[in-house]
Design a protein around this ligand. Structure first.
Ligand code: HEC
Ligand code: HEC
Length: 221
């Protein structure tokens, strides 16, 4: 709907209250995601700055098409076109990541969580998280996000949503398979350890093709 309104105003040539730049349009996102997508004090609003553009684009599509559920975002994006989403994704991917310290440092000595992230759980068929998200956990272009700089509640909620099917990604949905093999306790320990890690520097995702995922993921061609 936002895209259509903006187009209509631009076509009619009527003066609009704000200049029609991408930055002005992205302001609709800033109350929840921060002025430049850096996140806010509210732990449920994730940072979107500096994540791979392809990943952000996929998520915007997923909210529009009902593969992720958060009603304010589902409504906001309901009538948005792919090309506009690609622009928004590119804009936020290019924003700097400001947060330089761990979000919840007290969980740093959680060794079970650390082992799961670095080695997975071979007996349960869970590959190491780093095998896809990267040794430095910064993610990789185009479709895999970093896992640092997110709070533990958000991370755990995403894994639970994948397990129960309220979050879906492109097929084959590798995160659905992985989340389904994790126990509730493993989910919380991995999330807690991840939230305790300081971000790598630089935080930028690795270049496409730097490594291959151990099982196929539809969002990482
Ligand atoms: C009313 C608050 C709100 C507004 C406004 C909002 N978002 Fe969100 N957004 C959220 C919340 C909350 C989530 C996490 C939902 C969940 O738990 O899955 C989210 C998730 C996302 C994600 C996925 C993040 C990830 O790491 O997977 C992207 C991308 C995103 N929003 C982009 C945008 C863009 C672009 C806009 C503006 C067009 C916007 N959002 C406006 C609250 C908001
Ligand atoms: C086989 C590759 C693979 C492995 C292994 C893997 N992931 Fe993922 N992960 C992905 C992909 C691909 C996405 C993006 C999916 C999408 O498009 O929504 C993702 C996304 C995520 C997200 C969403 C982040 C956000 O900002 O919303 C979380 C959280 C996550 N993974 C946690 C984990 C954890 C914890 C582990 C280890 C137990 C793990 N992943 C192992 C491929 C993998």
């Amino acid at each position: 709907m936002v895209g259509i309104m903006v187009c209509a105003a631009a076509l009619s040539g009527e003066p609009t209250s704000a200049p029609d730049t991408l930055e002005a349009r992205a302001q609709g996102c800033s109350t929840c995601h921060g002025a430049h997508g850096e996140g806010t004090q509210d732990l449920n609003f994730p940072r979107i700055a500096g994540k791979p553009a392809g990943y952000l684009f996929n998520q915007l599509q997923n909210f529009r098409d009902g593969q992720r559920s958060y009603p304010p975002m589902n409504y906001l994006l309901a009538y948005t076109h792919d090309d506009y989403m690609a622009e928004l994704a590119g804009y936020f991917a290019a924003q700097p990541v400001k947060q330089q310290t761990a979000i919840e440092p007290s969980q740093a000595s959680n060794l079970v969580g650390e082992r799961l992230v670095h080695r997975g759980d071979p007996a349960a068929g869970v590959p190491a998280c780093v095998a896809c998200h990267g040794e430095r956990l910064t993610g990789i272009e185009p479709g895999i996000p970093g896992l640092i700089g997110l709070n533990s509640r958000y991370i755990a909620a995403q894994l639970v949503s994948w397990r129960v099917g309220t979050r879906q990604a492109k097929q084959p949905d590798c995160m659905h398979e992985i989340a389904g093999r994790l126990t509730e306790s493993q989910i919380h320990l991995a999330a807690a350890w991840l939230a305790a890690q300081p971000p790598a520097s630089p935080t930028a995702p690795a270049k496409a093709g730097t490594w291959k995922t151990p099982i196929p993921c539809g969002s990482e061609p």
